[in-house]
Design a protein around this ligand. Structure first.
Ligand code: DAH
Length: 339
């Protein structure tokens, strides 16, 4: 009898299976309720005393060998069936997606859009390649007007009528040509000027133009709007409007924000004055309204223009404007946690 059991042990050790079903048949044969092991255990009581010990040990060896075999075969067959899944290994941990970062110009632009949308301004856009009318003439800058020299223009080829817009004020002309008052719109976009590139200035940069046209719009409305804007964006509510000149507004002013003089960097940014210039503004010149088909007897309005790059540099402590267009990922990655 012991010999028979030993033969079974050898057979169990050699056993191979290529399906779970075959393993199950094998398991039932040895370990099932009516399996060989139970038969051998039942035989135990008939074994003569001196042989009992060896008999018992041999059956236990067979039980152990059969149990181990079933486990090993099951495991390896289950693994290989998983590998064959058309979805690959479903138990593998997922690969984390690389999270991108918004460009600081986009971050600041979106903040500005958000602030103005809360007081009823919509967003409008115009082309970067402009014609003379929308960039200059309609804005009260006729040909040979000396103020054209304020903006070094890039012309497209040799046609003086086609140029890269020098400011987003061109969009206010387009908007007024196509829409009737009341108008409340801001126009963010890229502008171009033929200027030497340095840490402080570039030949292209970004502006947001604002335009408000309705009946009885006053300079006080302009100041309130700008004050709301600077409070929301910088958390600074004190502003100053310095008389200035722009051909498309009358009166015109430059907008300064009181930044403070609390820290050394406040000193640096404001050149020791505490004030920081952020853009230009004014009441839209009646000539401009007329040029755009709006009656200046009925309507009045204000406009303003601010530079996005300067604001982004200020808010994010960027010391060189060129970083904004070099696409260096080491720079861009730092804005992952921003809006
Ligand atoms: N267009 C001006 C510039 O590029 C900025 C500006 C000044 C826009 C006054 C305006 C304004 O709408 O009223 O420097």
């Amino acid at each position: 009898m012991i010999e028979t059991i030993k033969e079974h042990i050898a057979e169990v050790e050699k056993f191979k299976a290529d399906s779970i079903e075959a393993v199950e048949v094998f398991r039932i044969k040895y370990l099932g309720k009516k399996g060989l092991l139970n038969d051998f255990f039942a035989e135990f009581k008939n074994v003569p005393g001196p042989q009992k010990k060896e008999f018992g040990q041999t059956i236990n060896q067979l039980k152990q060998a059969a149990t181990e075999k079933v486990n090993i075969l099951k495991n390896s067959l289950e693994k290989s069936s998983e590998q064959k899944s058309i979805y690959g290994d479903l138990t593998r941990p997922g690969e984390a997606l690389e999270i991108g970062a918004r460009h600081p110009i986009s971050i600041v632009k979106n903040q500005i859009i958000d602030i103005f949308s809360r007081i009823g301004f919509n967003v409008s856009e115009g082309p970067e390649i402009e014609d003379d009318w929308h960039n200059f003439t309609a804005l009260n800058l006729p040909e040979h007007h000396p103020a054209r020299d304020m903006q070094d223009t890039f012309f497209i080829q040799t046609n003086p009528d086609v140029l890269l817009r020098t400011h987003t004020s061109s969009v206010q002309v387009r908007y007024m040509e196509e829409n009737k008052p009341p108008i409340r719109t801001i126009s963010p976009g890229r502008v171009y000027r033929n200027e030497a590139i340095s840490a402080r200035s570039h030949c292209f940069f970004h502006q947001v133009e604002g335009l408000y046209i309705d009946r009885d719009v006053s300079f006080a409305d302009l100041k309130q709007t700008l004050q709301f804007f600077t409070t929301e964006l910088f958390g600074k509510s004190k502003i100053r409007l310095r008389p200035s000149y722009f051909p498309f507004t009358e009166p015109s002013a430059e907008v300064d924000v009181y930044w403070g003089l609390e820290t050394e960097s406040d000193y640096k940014i404001t050149k020791g004055t505490g004030w920081l210039e952020i853009g230009g503004c004014g009441m839209v010149d009646p000539n401009v309204l007329t040029n755009c088909g709006i009656n200046p007897e009925t309507y009045s309005g204000f406009a303003f223009g601010v530079g996005i790059d300067r604001i982004a540099m200020l808010l994010h402590q960027i010391t060189d404007i060129r970083l904004l267009s070099e696409n260096d990922v080491r720079f861009l990655e730092q804005f992952k946690s921003a809006l």
